[in-house]
Design a protein around this ligand. Structure first.
Ligand code: AP5
Ligand code: MG
Length: 216
């Protein structure tokens, strides 16, 4: 299965992806996560990307397409993958089409998680992320067993710089102008599945599973 998970920042893409990759045995490709890891490793590309990210802006299309191309060509992505947060512009969607054509591959479905703005703000401000494994928590909606410590790996939890209010507002504006148009792009190709993201984690996941039934 080759999936794409999209939706506004804070919609729950990462949270749902963590379950999907485990249950459907998919290779997780999150551009946001790749940029953050690259920055932590001190790489030039990570430093460039983080300058955009901390302000809540999108990373340049060429940098983003290149990092995805390299990742998709690795053997573990040949059979099945889940793209989380890519593409985010029509230019990226077109670049992805070209990459998949080259690989004689195609997407199975595009899951679009729909969430209202006021809910998003609450989710972002309370989010905490594991420094070591990237697992996501929420202070109220999904607290770890021990405060500040990751349940999965014991790593330290932190708040992302781009989860501060100003940056979140900017990300939402950019989502409206640059990312929303690709909903129509995939609708036109008959790949789009809209999922109501304004429910519990479990209810959202059940709806996704239902929508994926019979697809491979
Ligand atoms: P990225 O890391 O992808 O951030 P994002 O898209 O803004 O999405 P988030 O990770 O913030 O939210 P999410 O939908 O994954 O929600 P989550 O599951 O964590 O990208 C970061 C930055 O990198 C971008 O802003 C951009 O600058 C750059 N970038 C990345 N990809 C790019 C691209 N293709 N092109 C250019 N630039 C790119 O959930 C959020 C919170 O809500 C969590 O605390 C969670 O516990 C909670 N929550 C989730 N679901 C529920 C629920 N059902 N009920 C209650 N709480 C919930
Ligand atoms: Mg995410």
């Amino acid at each position: 299965m080759k999936l794409l998970v999209m939706g506004p920042p804070g919609a729950g893409k990462g949270s749902q992806s963590q379950k999907l990759i485990a249950d459907y045995e998919l290779t997780h490709i999150s551009t946001g996560e790749m940029f953050r890891r690259s920055y932590e490793r001190g790489e030039e590309i990570g430093k460039k990307a983080m300058a955009y990210i901390n302000e809540g802006n999108l990373v340049d299309d060429d940098i983003t397409n290149e990092i995805v191309r390299k990742r998709l060509l690795k053997p573990d992505a040949a059979r099945c993958f889940l793209l989380d947060g890519y593409p985010r512009t029509v230019t990226q969607a077109e670049a992805l089409d070209d990459m998949l054509k080259e690989m004689s591959s195609s997407l199975t479905a595009v899951i679009n998680i729909v969430v209202d703005k006021d809910i998003i703000l609450e989710r972002m401000v309370g989010r905490r992320v594991c420094k070591s494994c990237g697992h996501t928590y929420h202070k109220t909606f999904k607290p770890p067993k021990v405060e500040g410590v990751c349940d999965q790996c014991g790593g330290t939890l932190y708040q992302r710089v781009d989860d501060q209010l100003e940056s979140v507002r900017n990300r939402l504006k950019i989502y409206e102008t640059k990312t929303k148009p690709i909903i129509d792009y995939y609708k036109g190709r008959g790949l789009l599945i809209n999922i109501n993201g304004m429910q519990s984690f479990e209810a959202v996941y059940k709806d996704i599973q239902k929508a994926l039934r019979g697809l491979r």
